[in-house]
Design a protein around this ligand. Structure first.
Ligand code: AMP
Length: 478
Protein backbone atom coordinates (compact mmCIF):
# COMPACT_ATOMS: atom_id res chain seq x y z
CA UNK A 1 0.00 0.00 0.00
CA UNK A 2 1.46 3.36 -0.98
CA UNK A 3 1.25 6.24 1.39
CA UNK A 4 0.60 9.67 -0.20
CA UNK A 5 3.78 10.97 1.39
CA UNK A 6 5.84 8.25 -0.32
CA UNK A 7 4.83 9.34 -3.76
CA UNK A 8 7.78 11.22 -4.98
CA UNK A 9 6.30 13.92 -7.16
CA UNK A 10 3.48 14.78 -4.82
CA UNK A 11 4.96 17.95 -3.46
CA UNK A 12 6.23 19.38 -6.70
CA UNK A 13 3.31 21.54 -7.73
CA UNK A 14 4.99 24.38 -9.56
CA UNK A 15 3.29 27.01 -11.59
CA UNK A 16 5.74 29.10 -13.54
CA UNK A 17 6.38 31.40 -16.43
CA UNK A 18 9.58 31.49 -18.49
CA UNK A 19 11.06 34.06 -20.85
CA UNK A 20 14.25 34.22 -22.95
CA UNK A 21 15.86 36.65 -25.37
CA UNK A 22 18.89 36.65 -27.63
CA UNK A 23 20.47 39.51 -29.55
CA UNK A 24 19.11 42.55 -27.74
CA UNK A 25 21.49 45.16 -26.25
CA UNK A 26 19.20 45.54 -23.24
CA UNK A 27 18.36 41.88 -22.79
CA UNK A 28 17.76 42.06 -19.03
CA UNK A 29 15.46 45.07 -19.30
CA UNK A 30 13.38 43.36 -21.97
CA UNK A 31 13.26 40.19 -19.88
CA UNK A 32 11.98 42.24 -16.97
CA UNK A 33 9.10 43.46 -19.17
CA UNK A 34 8.43 39.93 -20.38
CA UNK A 35 8.27 38.62 -16.82
CA UNK A 36 6.03 41.51 -15.85
CA UNK A 37 3.50 40.28 -18.42
CA UNK A 38 3.88 36.71 -17.14
CA UNK A 39 3.43 37.63 -13.47
CA UNK A 40 0.08 35.79 -13.28
CA UNK A 41 1.93 32.48 -13.84
CA UNK A 42 3.78 32.77 -10.52
CA UNK A 43 3.93 35.35 -7.75
CA UNK A 44 6.27 33.83 -5.21
CA UNK A 45 9.70 34.49 -6.68
CA UNK A 46 11.27 35.82 -9.85
CA UNK A 47 14.72 35.88 -11.39
CA UNK A 48 16.77 36.89 -14.40
CA UNK A 49 20.12 35.53 -15.61
CA UNK A 50 21.87 37.49 -18.33
CA UNK A 51 25.02 36.90 -20.36
CA UNK A 52 27.42 38.97 -22.44
CA UNK A 53 29.39 36.21 -24.15
CA UNK A 54 31.79 35.64 -21.27
CA UNK A 55 29.99 35.58 -17.98
CA UNK A 56 26.47 34.95 -16.69
CA UNK A 57 25.04 37.10 -13.91
CA UNK A 58 21.93 35.95 -12.04
CA UNK A 59 19.65 37.96 -9.76
CA UNK A 60 16.59 36.47 -8.10
CA UNK A 61 14.49 37.03 -5.04
CA UNK A 62 11.17 36.32 -3.38
CA UNK A 63 8.31 38.57 -4.40
CA UNK A 64 6.82 40.21 -7.46
CA UNK A 65 8.80 41.06 -10.59
CA UNK A 66 8.38 44.85 -10.28
CA UNK A 67 9.46 44.82 -6.62
CA UNK A 68 12.56 42.70 -7.17
CA UNK A 69 13.89 44.35 -10.32
CA UNK A 70 14.57 47.90 -9.28
CA UNK A 71 16.84 49.90 -11.65
CA UNK A 72 19.97 49.16 -9.61
CA UNK A 73 19.33 45.40 -9.79
CA UNK A 74 18.64 45.49 -13.52
CA UNK A 75 21.83 47.55 -13.90
CA UNK A 76 23.82 44.59 -12.58
CA UNK A 77 22.61 42.36 -15.42
CA UNK A 78 24.72 43.00 -18.52
CA UNK A 79 24.67 41.53 -22.00
CA UNK A 80 22.66 40.77 -25.10
CA UNK A 81 21.00 37.58 -23.92
CA UNK A 82 18.96 36.67 -20.88
CA UNK A 83 16.50 34.19 -19.41
CA UNK A 84 13.85 34.88 -16.77
CA UNK A 85 11.44 33.03 -14.53
CA UNK A 86 8.42 33.70 -12.31
CA UNK A 87 7.41 31.02 -9.88
CA UNK A 88 4.63 30.03 -7.56
CA UNK A 89 5.11 26.79 -5.75
CA UNK A 90 3.95 24.85 -2.76
CA UNK A 91 7.31 23.09 -2.73
CA UNK A 92 9.85 22.88 0.01
CA UNK A 93 10.71 24.84 3.09
CA UNK A 94 13.59 26.81 1.76
CA UNK A 95 11.78 28.77 -0.88
CA UNK A 96 14.58 31.13 -1.83
CA UNK A 97 16.84 28.18 -2.64
CA UNK A 98 14.26 27.01 -5.15
CA UNK A 99 13.92 30.39 -6.89
CA UNK A 100 15.02 30.28 -10.52
CA UNK A 101 17.01 30.61 -12.76
CA UNK A 102 19.60 28.20 -11.39
CA UNK A 103 23.04 29.35 -12.41
CA UNK A 104 26.27 27.32 -12.08
CA UNK A 105 29.81 27.11 -13.34
CA UNK A 106 30.84 23.72 -14.70
CA UNK A 107 33.45 22.34 -17.09
CA UNK A 108 31.16 23.37 -19.97
CA UNK A 109 31.39 26.96 -18.79
CA UNK A 110 28.76 29.08 -17.05
CA UNK A 111 25.19 27.83 -17.50
CA UNK A 112 21.79 28.92 -16.20
CA UNK A 113 18.40 27.28 -16.55
CA UNK A 114 14.75 28.15 -15.90
CA UNK A 115 11.91 25.68 -16.16
CA UNK A 116 8.12 25.51 -16.36
CA UNK A 117 6.53 22.13 -15.64
CA UNK A 118 7.21 19.12 -13.47
CA UNK A 119 9.79 16.45 -14.21
CA UNK A 120 8.04 13.34 -12.97
CA UNK A 121 11.12 11.11 -12.73
CA UNK A 122 13.20 13.79 -10.97
CA UNK A 123 13.30 11.88 -7.68
CA UNK A 124 14.80 8.75 -9.28
CA UNK A 125 17.29 10.77 -11.29
CA UNK A 126 18.26 12.69 -8.21
CA UNK A 127 18.75 9.51 -6.17
CA UNK A 128 21.04 8.11 -8.88
CA UNK A 129 22.99 11.35 -9.14
CA UNK A 130 23.39 11.61 -5.36
CA UNK A 131 24.53 8.01 -5.14
CA UNK A 132 27.21 9.00 -7.66
CA UNK A 133 28.37 11.97 -5.61
CA UNK A 134 26.32 14.93 -6.89
CA UNK A 135 25.42 17.54 -4.31
CA UNK A 136 22.07 19.35 -4.53
CA UNK A 137 21.28 22.77 -3.11
CA UNK A 138 17.53 22.96 -3.72
CA UNK A 139 14.56 20.59 -3.62
CA UNK A 140 13.32 21.67 -7.02
CA UNK A 141 13.33 19.14 -9.85
CA UNK A 142 15.03 21.64 -12.17
CA UNK A 143 18.43 21.29 -10.54
CA UNK A 144 18.57 17.71 -11.79
CA UNK A 145 18.86 19.00 -15.36
CA UNK A 146 21.98 21.02 -14.56
CA UNK A 147 23.64 17.98 -13.00
CA UNK A 148 22.80 15.81 -15.99
CA UNK A 149 24.26 18.42 -18.34
CA UNK A 150 27.37 18.95 -16.23
CA UNK A 151 28.09 15.19 -16.11
CA UNK A 152 27.53 14.54 -19.80
CA UNK A 153 30.57 13.39 -21.81
CA UNK A 154 29.21 15.10 -24.93
CA UNK A 155 31.61 17.75 -26.18
CA UNK A 156 29.11 20.42 -27.10
CA UNK A 157 26.61 21.98 -24.77
CA UNK A 158 23.77 21.24 -27.17
CA UNK A 159 24.86 17.59 -27.22
CA UNK A 160 24.98 17.45 -23.43
CA UNK A 161 21.56 19.06 -23.17
CA UNK A 162 20.10 16.63 -25.72
CA UNK A 163 21.47 13.72 -23.68
CA UNK A 164 20.02 15.21 -20.48
CA UNK A 165 16.59 15.92 -21.94
CA UNK A 166 16.24 12.38 -23.23
CA UNK A 167 16.47 11.14 -19.64
CA UNK A 168 13.62 13.33 -18.40
CA UNK A 169 9.97 12.36 -18.12
CA UNK A 170 7.04 14.68 -17.63
CA UNK A 171 6.51 18.32 -18.43
CA UNK A 172 9.19 20.81 -19.26
CA UNK A 173 9.44 24.03 -21.18
CA UNK A 174 13.04 25.02 -20.60
CA UNK A 175 15.16 28.06 -21.29
CA UNK A 176 18.88 27.59 -20.99
CA UNK A 177 21.64 30.19 -21.10
CA UNK A 178 25.31 29.42 -21.81
CA UNK A 179 28.37 31.60 -22.33
CA UNK A 180 27.59 32.40 -25.95
CA UNK A 181 24.24 30.85 -26.78
CA UNK A 182 20.65 30.44 -25.76
CA UNK A 183 18.96 27.04 -25.97
CA UNK A 184 15.26 26.44 -25.40
CA UNK A 185 13.43 23.12 -25.43
CA UNK A 186 10.02 21.57 -24.88
CA UNK A 187 9.12 18.07 -23.71
CA UNK A 188 7.95 15.65 -26.42
CA UNK A 189 4.33 15.73 -25.19
CA UNK A 190 4.17 19.53 -25.28
CA UNK A 191 2.47 19.81 -21.88
CA UNK A 192 3.35 23.42 -21.17
CA UNK A 193 3.43 26.16 -23.80
CA UNK A 194 6.52 27.87 -25.20
CA UNK A 195 6.15 30.44 -27.96
CA UNK A 196 8.86 31.89 -30.21
CA UNK A 197 8.91 35.44 -31.51
CA UNK A 198 11.19 38.00 -33.05
CA UNK A 199 11.97 41.67 -32.58
CA UNK A 200 13.17 44.08 -35.23
CA UNK A 201 16.16 45.95 -33.86
CA UNK A 202 18.08 48.82 -35.39
CA UNK A 203 20.21 48.30 -38.53
CA UNK A 204 18.03 45.38 -39.68
CA UNK A 205 19.19 43.18 -36.86
CA UNK A 206 16.75 40.71 -35.36
CA UNK A 207 16.36 39.64 -31.75
CA UNK A 208 14.77 36.32 -30.85
CA UNK A 209 12.41 35.91 -27.91
CA UNK A 210 10.70 32.97 -26.23
CA UNK A 211 7.91 33.06 -23.65
CA UNK A 212 5.34 30.86 -21.93
CA UNK A 213 2.63 33.11 -23.35
CA UNK A 214 2.45 35.57 -26.21
CA UNK A 215 1.14 38.37 -23.95
CA UNK A 216 4.83 38.80 -23.06
CA UNK A 217 5.59 39.57 -26.74
CA UNK A 218 2.92 42.26 -27.00
CA UNK A 219 4.48 44.37 -24.27
CA UNK A 220 7.91 44.38 -25.96
CA UNK A 221 6.64 44.77 -29.55
CA UNK A 222 7.82 41.32 -30.58
CA UNK A 223 6.03 39.34 -33.28
CA UNK A 224 4.87 35.79 -32.59
CA UNK A 225 6.45 33.39 -35.11
CA UNK A 226 5.34 29.95 -33.92
CA UNK A 227 5.60 27.55 -31.00
CA UNK A 228 8.72 25.67 -30.05
CA UNK A 229 7.43 22.25 -31.07
CA UNK A 230 7.04 19.36 -28.65
CA UNK A 231 10.37 17.48 -28.62
CA UNK A 232 12.14 20.40 -30.28
CA UNK A 233 15.25 22.26 -29.23
CA UNK A 234 16.04 25.73 -30.60
CA UNK A 235 19.60 27.01 -30.38
CA UNK A 236 20.29 30.70 -30.91
CA UNK A 237 23.89 31.85 -31.05
CA UNK A 238 26.37 33.97 -33.00
CA UNK A 239 25.81 31.81 -36.09
CA UNK A 240 22.03 32.25 -36.08
CA UNK A 241 19.14 29.93 -35.24
CA UNK A 242 19.15 26.13 -35.40
CA UNK A 243 16.03 24.06 -34.75
CA UNK A 244 16.15 20.31 -34.24
CA UNK A 245 13.96 17.54 -32.90
CA UNK A 246 15.96 15.92 -30.12
CA UNK A 247 13.29 13.32 -29.31
CA UNK A 248 11.00 11.09 -31.40
CA UNK A 249 7.37 12.12 -31.72
CA UNK A 250 5.13 11.18 -28.77
CA UNK A 251 1.41 11.53 -28.15
CA UNK A 252 0.67 15.21 -27.66
CA UNK A 253 -0.66 16.32 -24.28
CA UNK A 254 -1.18 20.08 -24.24
CA UNK A 255 -2.50 21.18 -20.84
CA UNK A 256 -6.18 22.03 -21.28
CA UNK A 257 -6.16 23.92 -17.97
CA UNK A 258 -3.99 26.60 -19.61
CA UNK A 259 -7.05 27.44 -21.70
CA UNK A 260 -9.54 26.93 -18.86
CA UNK A 261 -7.85 29.07 -16.22
CA UNK A 262 -4.13 29.50 -16.13
CA UNK A 263 -3.12 31.57 -19.16
CA UNK A 264 -4.10 35.17 -19.77
CA UNK A 265 -7.03 35.58 -22.18
CA UNK A 266 -4.98 37.93 -24.38
CA UNK A 267 -2.41 35.19 -25.05
CA UNK A 268 -2.11 32.63 -27.78
CA UNK A 269 -1.45 29.31 -26.12
CA UNK A 270 -0.62 26.29 -28.28
CA UNK A 271 -1.22 28.71 -31.15
CA UNK A 272 -4.86 29.39 -30.17
CA UNK A 273 -6.38 32.52 -28.59
CA UNK A 274 -7.29 31.74 -25.01
CA UNK A 275 -10.20 34.19 -25.05
CA UNK A 276 -11.70 32.32 -28.03
CA UNK A 277 -11.60 29.04 -26.09
CA UNK A 278 -13.09 30.55 -22.94
CA UNK A 279 -15.98 32.24 -24.71
CA UNK A 280 -16.69 28.99 -26.55
CA UNK A 281 -16.70 27.16 -23.20
CA UNK A 282 -19.30 29.64 -21.93
CA UNK A 283 -21.48 29.31 -25.03
CA UNK A 284 -21.42 25.55 -24.83
CA UNK A 285 -22.10 25.66 -21.10
CA UNK A 286 -25.23 27.74 -21.82
CA UNK A 287 -26.39 25.09 -24.30
CA UNK A 288 -25.70 22.23 -21.91
CA UNK A 289 -27.00 23.84 -18.71
CA UNK A 290 -29.46 26.60 -19.59
CA UNK A 291 -31.59 27.94 -16.77
CA UNK A 292 -33.98 30.86 -16.90
CA UNK A 293 -32.49 33.78 -14.95
CA UNK A 294 -32.16 37.57 -14.87
CA UNK A 295 -28.38 38.09 -14.95
CA UNK A 296 -25.16 36.25 -15.80
CA UNK A 297 -22.45 37.21 -13.32
CA UNK A 298 -18.79 36.13 -13.59
CA UNK A 299 -16.52 35.34 -10.67
CA UNK A 300 -13.74 37.77 -11.59
CA UNK A 301 -11.30 37.35 -13.20
CA UNK A 302 -11.40 33.61 -13.79
CA UNK A 303 -15.03 33.41 -14.94
CA UNK A 304 -15.27 36.56 -17.08
CA UNK A 305 -14.67 35.22 -20.59
CA UNK A 306 -16.90 32.17 -20.08
CA UNK A 307 -19.66 34.38 -18.63
CA UNK A 308 -19.52 36.58 -21.75
CA UNK A 309 -20.01 33.45 -23.86
CA UNK A 310 -22.80 32.18 -21.61
CA UNK A 311 -24.62 35.51 -21.79
CA UNK A 312 -24.24 35.78 -25.58
CA UNK A 313 -25.58 32.26 -26.12
CA UNK A 314 -28.42 32.43 -23.60
CA UNK A 315 -29.49 36.02 -24.23
CA UNK A 316 -29.40 36.67 -20.47
CA UNK A 317 -27.66 39.99 -19.70
CA UNK A 318 -24.05 39.98 -18.47
CA UNK A 319 -23.46 42.02 -15.30
CA UNK A 320 -20.25 42.53 -13.35
CA UNK A 321 -21.90 42.23 -9.98
CA UNK A 322 -18.80 41.06 -8.14
CA UNK A 323 -15.93 43.51 -7.95
CA UNK A 324 -12.41 42.30 -7.35
CA UNK A 325 -9.74 44.12 -5.40
CA UNK A 326 -6.64 43.57 -7.54
CA UNK A 327 -4.17 44.54 -4.86
CA UNK A 328 -4.67 41.58 -2.54
CA UNK A 329 -1.45 39.60 -2.29
CA UNK A 330 -0.85 36.15 -0.94
CA UNK A 331 0.89 37.65 2.10
CA UNK A 332 -1.98 39.71 3.47
CA UNK A 333 -2.02 39.58 7.27
CA UNK A 334 -5.45 39.58 8.82
CA UNK A 335 -5.79 41.70 11.98
CA UNK A 336 -7.01 38.65 13.86
CA UNK A 337 -9.02 40.22 16.65
CA UNK A 338 -10.51 43.39 15.19
CA UNK A 339 -12.39 41.88 12.26
CA UNK A 340 -12.42 38.12 12.10
CA UNK A 341 -12.58 36.00 8.99
CA UNK A 342 -12.39 38.32 6.04
CA UNK A 343 -12.61 35.22 3.89
CA UNK A 344 -13.38 36.00 0.33
CA UNK A 345 -14.65 39.53 1.14
CA UNK A 346 -11.11 40.79 1.05
CA UNK A 347 -10.89 39.96 -2.62
CA UNK A 348 -14.49 40.24 -3.83
CA UNK A 349 -17.36 42.56 -3.03
CA UNK A 350 -20.91 42.33 -4.44
CA UNK A 351 -22.72 45.15 -6.24
CA UNK A 352 -25.91 44.92 -4.28
CA UNK A 353 -28.23 46.81 -6.64
CA UNK A 354 -27.38 44.43 -9.49
CA UNK A 355 -28.20 41.37 -7.40
CA UNK A 356 -31.16 42.33 -5.21
CA UNK A 357 -34.22 40.23 -6.03
CA UNK A 358 -32.49 38.70 -9.08
CA UNK A 359 -32.16 35.14 -10.33
CA UNK A 360 -28.39 34.93 -10.81
CA UNK A 361 -26.25 32.64 -12.95
CA UNK A 362 -22.80 32.68 -11.40
CA UNK A 363 -20.04 31.57 -13.79
CA UNK A 364 -16.58 30.42 -12.73
CA UNK A 365 -13.88 28.36 -14.39
CA UNK A 366 -13.50 25.63 -11.79
CA UNK A 367 -14.34 24.28 -8.37
CA UNK A 368 -11.32 22.79 -6.63
CA UNK A 369 -12.02 22.37 -2.91
CA UNK A 370 -15.39 24.11 -3.07
CA UNK A 371 -14.71 26.37 -0.12
CA UNK A 372 -14.26 29.59 -2.11
CA UNK A 373 -17.25 28.83 -4.30
CA UNK A 374 -19.42 28.33 -1.23
CA UNK A 375 -18.36 31.69 0.19
CA UNK A 376 -19.11 33.42 -3.11
CA UNK A 377 -22.56 31.82 -3.40
CA UNK A 378 -23.32 32.96 0.15
CA UNK A 379 -22.05 36.44 -0.63
CA UNK A 380 -24.30 36.73 -3.68
CA UNK A 381 -27.29 35.45 -1.72
CA UNK A 382 -26.59 37.82 1.17
CA UNK A 383 -26.55 40.67 -1.34
CA UNK A 384 -30.18 39.86 -2.08
CA UNK A 385 -30.12 37.36 -4.96
CA UNK A 386 -33.32 35.33 -5.13
CA UNK A 387 -31.70 32.32 -6.81
CA UNK A 388 -28.04 31.43 -7.40
CA UNK A 389 -27.25 28.99 -10.21
CA UNK A 390 -23.59 28.03 -10.44
CA UNK A 391 -22.08 27.19 -13.83
CA UNK A 392 -18.53 25.89 -14.25
CA UNK A 393 -16.71 26.15 -17.58
CA UNK A 394 -14.94 22.78 -17.36
CA UNK A 395 -15.79 19.25 -16.14
CA UNK A 396 -15.44 18.28 -12.45
CA UNK A 397 -11.78 18.30 -11.34
CA UNK A 398 -11.29 14.75 -10.10
CA UNK A 399 -7.53 14.16 -10.31
CA UNK A 400 -4.43 16.12 -9.32
CA UNK A 401 -1.99 17.45 -11.89
CA UNK A 402 1.59 16.15 -11.90
CA UNK A 403 2.66 18.26 -14.85
CA UNK A 404 2.91 21.73 -13.34
CA UNK A 405 -0.49 22.96 -12.17
CA UNK A 406 -1.05 23.47 -8.47
CA UNK A 407 -3.99 21.17 -7.66
CA UNK A 408 -4.38 19.65 -4.21
CA UNK A 409 -4.34 15.89 -3.70
CA UNK A 410 -7.38 13.74 -4.32
CA UNK A 411 -8.70 13.88 -0.75
CA UNK A 412 -9.09 17.64 -1.04
CA UNK A 413 -10.63 17.70 -4.51
CA UNK A 414 -14.33 17.92 -3.81
CA UNK A 415 -15.34 16.39 -7.16
CA UNK A 416 -13.11 13.36 -6.56
CA UNK A 417 -15.23 12.44 -3.57
CA UNK A 418 -18.71 13.83 -4.22
CA UNK A 419 -21.43 13.75 -6.86
CA UNK A 420 -22.48 16.94 -8.63
CA UNK A 421 -25.61 17.01 -6.45
CA UNK A 422 -23.47 16.71 -3.30
CA UNK A 423 -21.23 19.53 -4.52
CA UNK A 424 -24.31 21.65 -5.26
CA UNK A 425 -25.47 21.16 -1.71
CA UNK A 426 -22.00 21.93 -0.35
CA UNK A 427 -21.66 25.20 -2.26
CA UNK A 428 -25.30 25.99 -1.40
CA UNK A 429 -26.34 26.78 -4.97
CA UNK A 430 -29.88 26.33 -6.33
CA UNK A 431 -28.44 24.44 -9.26
CA UNK A 432 -24.97 23.46 -10.48
CA UNK A 433 -23.85 22.62 -14.00
CA UNK A 434 -20.40 21.67 -15.28
CA UNK A 435 -19.27 21.79 -18.91
CA UNK A 436 -19.00 18.28 -20.36
CA UNK A 437 -15.65 16.86 -21.49
CA UNK A 438 -16.94 16.82 -25.07
CA UNK A 439 -17.95 20.46 -24.69
CA UNK A 440 -14.50 21.39 -23.42
CA UNK A 441 -12.78 19.43 -26.18
CA UNK A 442 -14.82 21.29 -28.81
CA UNK A 443 -14.30 24.66 -27.11
CA UNK A 444 -10.50 24.39 -27.27
CA UNK A 445 -10.66 23.15 -30.87
CA UNK A 446 -9.10 19.81 -29.96
CA UNK A 447 -10.05 17.89 -33.10
CA UNK A 448 -6.98 15.61 -32.96
CA UNK A 449 -7.08 14.78 -29.22
CA UNK A 450 -3.88 16.73 -28.62
CA UNK A 451 -4.78 17.90 -25.10
CA UNK A 452 -4.14 16.42 -21.66
CA UNK A 453 -7.44 16.21 -19.74
CA UNK A 454 -6.07 14.16 -16.85
CA UNK A 455 -7.47 16.48 -14.17
CA UNK A 456 -10.97 15.65 -15.49
CA UNK A 457 -10.50 11.98 -16.42
CA UNK A 458 -7.72 10.58 -14.24
CA UNK A 459 -6.06 9.22 -17.40
CA UNK A 460 -2.48 10.45 -17.34
CA UNK A 461 -0.64 10.56 -20.65
CA UNK A 462 2.74 9.38 -19.27
CA UNK A 463 3.35 5.85 -17.97
CA UNK A 464 5.09 6.62 -14.69
CA UNK A 465 2.32 8.92 -13.50
CA UNK A 466 -0.44 6.61 -14.73
CA UNK A 467 1.04 3.66 -12.83
CA UNK A 468 1.38 5.72 -9.66
CA UNK A 469 -2.17 6.98 -10.03
CA UNK A 470 -3.39 3.38 -10.26
CA UNK A 471 -1.35 2.40 -7.19
CA UNK A 472 -2.78 5.34 -5.37
CA UNK A 473 -6.26 4.08 -6.13
CA UNK A 474 -5.38 0.69 -4.67
CA UNK A 475 -4.71 -1.18 -7.94
CA UNK A 476 -2.02 -3.86 -8.15
CA UNK A 477 0.62 -3.30 -10.78
CA UNK A 478 2.88 -6.32 -11.24
P1 AMP B 1 -12.76 26.59 -4.50
O1 AMP B 1 -14.21 26.91 -4.58
O2 AMP B 1 -12.21 26.80 -3.13
O3 AMP B 1 -12.49 25.25 -5.03
O4 AMP B 1 -11.98 27.64 -5.43
C1 AMP B 1 -12.29 27.79 -6.76
C2 AMP B 1 -11.53 28.95 -7.31
O5 AMP B 1 -10.12 28.67 -7.39
C3 AMP B 1 -11.98 29.31 -8.73
O6 AMP B 1 -12.30 30.68 -8.76
C4 AMP B 1 -10.76 29.04 -9.59
O7 AMP B 1 -10.61 30.03 -10.58
C5 AMP B 1 -9.59 29.07 -8.66
N1 AMP B 1 -8.53 28.12 -9.07
C6 AMP B 1 -8.67 26.98 -9.75
N2 AMP B 1 -7.50 26.37 -9.94
C7 AMP B 1 -6.56 27.16 -9.38
C8 AMP B 1 -5.12 27.11 -9.27
N3 AMP B 1 -4.44 26.08 -9.78
N4 AMP B 1 -4.51 28.10 -8.62
C9 AMP B 1 -5.21 29.12 -8.10
N5 AMP B 1 -6.55 29.25 -8.18
C10 AMP B 1 -7.23 28.28 -8.81
Amino acid sequence: MHDEADLHFDKLHEECGVFAIYGHPEAANVTYLGLYALQHRGQESAGIASGNGNQIVCRKDMGHVADIFQPEVLGQLPGHMAIGHTRYSTTGDSKMLNAQPFSVQCHKGPIAVAHNGNITNAAELRRELEADGSIFQATSDTEVILHLVARSRERTLAGALREALLQLEGAFSLVFLAADQLIVARDPHGFRPLAMGQMELSEHRIGYVFASETCAFDLIDAVYLNDVEPGEMVIVGPKGVTREHYAPKRNLAHCVFEHVYFARPDSLVFGRPVQLSREAMGRRLAEEHFVDADVVVPVPDSGVAAAIGFSAQSGIPFRQALIRNHYVGRTFIEPSQAIRDFGVRLKLNPVRHLLEGKRVILVDDSIVRGTTSRKIVRMVRNAGAKEVHMRISCPPTISPCFYGVDTPNKQQLIAANSTVEEIRRFVEADSLGYLSLGGLTDAVGDTNRDFCNACYTGNYPTDLVQVEALLRNGARVD
